[in-house]
Design a binder for this molecule. Structure first.
Ligand code: NAP
Ligand code: F7E
Length: 363
């Protein structure tokens, strides 16, 4: 896809370093009537958050571009069917030159780096791939921004999808922006690398680069490999007589679960701040997997979950994150962000969605 766009007026001005001039220039760039729609490039647009964010930014008046990997990615068709306004750009986080080409084509005002190998369990068996995509991919994108956006007063704003998995074996409860990291998986380690790189590029080169340390967020668009969606879809299938049992791993783990639709708003808010920074995004509540099970089975009218759920050792991980609960006070005060969907509503939303979906599939 070749985007038509001439060089922005301020980019060509190299004579002055005056701070006020540069700030005014940025403001003109971002609001110029010549370019009425700001441009956002989302990596990971086929994922859960990418879809929510595309929808959200489109409603805000953005031109939304999505980086898609592979030569004939089967996810393009359903993506464009649901979000026809998205413009697809080819690229892969493991390929630096493809990122440079994508940025040159799109000339984005904002980049949301959501692309990752994001499934913690698979990161143990595909540690090198995870490090390459989830870790080094961040560095490649930051370098591409420097190259395309320029060394001085780079106009591209960058969001990095950091994760509560960085806290791992937690050092304090609840976890905030200053809590030390102790990752427990190759995924967590790769996210720590990406997080520190984002901070480093902000401090070294003055990039407007922010990192959102997001705790688990779920919803009807969640991948089936994650525990919440595995539960909600299994509950629906059990209710409809399509499945007998649900086999899980460590049910004692506790997570701070929010709704993905609420969390993408925080990503956008971070990039609207004058000063880039890092923010924890969380609900401040933690729940055991058994609590999710109880609400989900009750919601479908199936009663006691113990009758249907068993344990399978294959779902246990070599190292576990036992408890996560985030303190989002900074985001609430600075960004004015607040979650809207609470835990019972989230479970109900997912179960009701999957009951409808599985019923349609069964027809
Ligand atoms: P997701 O559903 O697993 O989506 C991951 C996306 O990354 C997919 O679009 C995938 O594309 C893309 N991707 C994978 N490898 C890539 C590569 N080599 N180059 C470019 N794109 C690639 O993840 P999510 O739940 O939306 O999460 C979004 C981001 O937030 C991720 O970085 C995740 O690690 C992070 N995060 C998520 C949570 C959460 O609870 N959801 C919490 C904290 C942080 P394909 O579909 O083509 O494979
Ligand atoms: O596991 C336990 C499992 O895979 C949650 C990603 O979005 O959030 C996500 O990572 C818990 C773990 O998510 C099964 O051992 C038990 O303790 O749903 P999950 P996650 O590992 O927390 C973070 C914030 C991210 O950044 C990640 O990208 O549930 N568990 N039994 C199970 N988990 C799965 N998947 N399947 C089971 O059968």
């Amino acid at each position: 896809m070749q985007a038509e766009r001439t060089q922005k007026p301020c980019r060509t001005h190299t004579a002055s370093d005056d701070d006020y001039f540069i700030a005014a220039c940025h403001l003109i760039e971002r609001t110029s009537s010549l370019y009425p729609m700001p441009r956002a490039l989302i990596t990971g647009i086929t994922g859960q958050d990418g879809q929510h964010l595309a929808e959200f930014l489109h409603e805000k008046g953005y031109e939304v571009f999505g980086l898609i990997k592979g030569q004939n990615n089967p996810k393009i068709e359903p993506l464009l069917a649901e979000f026809p306004y998205v413009r697809v750009v080819s690229g892969d986080l493991t390929d630096f030159s493809s990122l440079v080409a994508a940025l040159r084509t799109v000339q984005p005002d904002e980049i949301y780096n959501l692309g990752a190998i994001s499934f913690v369990a698979i990161s143990f068996t595909q540690a090198e791939l995870t490090s390459n995509v989830t870790g080094l991919g961040v560095l490649r994108m930051l370098e591409a921004i420097r190259l395309v956006g320029g060394e001085k007063s780079n106009p591209i704003r960058f969001y990095q999808a950091s994760s509560s998995e960085m806290y791992g074996k937690v050092r304090e409860i609840p976890q905030n922006e200053l809590t030390a990291f102790h990752p427990r998986s190759p995924y967590g380690v790769a996210k720590v690398f990406g997080h520190h790189m984002t901070v480093n590029y902000r401090e070294s080169y003055g990039l407007h680069a922010s990192s959102g340390i997001l705790f688990n967020h779920e919803g009807p668009r969640r991948g089936y490999e994650f525990v919440t969606r595995k539960i909600s879809s299994s509950v629906a299938r059990i209710k409809l007589g399509m499945q007998d049992k649900l086999l899980l791993g460590n049910m004692a783990a506790k997570r701070d679960w929010g709704y993905a639709g609420d969390y993408v708003k925080a990503m956008w808010l971070m990039l609207q701040q004058e000063v880039p920074d890092d923010y924890v995004i969380a609900t401040g509540e933690t729940h055991e997997i058994t609590e999710f099970l109880q609400l989900a089975f009750e919601c479908a009218g199936l009663g006691d979950w113990h009758k249907y759920v068993g344990v399978d050792k294959q779902y246990f991980r070599p190292a576990e994150v036992d408890l996560l609960v985030g303190d989002a006070t900074k985001a609430e005060k600075t960004l004015g962000w607040k979650r809207e969907v609470d835990f019972p509503s989230l479970v109900e939303m997912m179960v009701r969605h999957d009951l409808d979906l599985e019923a349609k599939r069964a027809k």
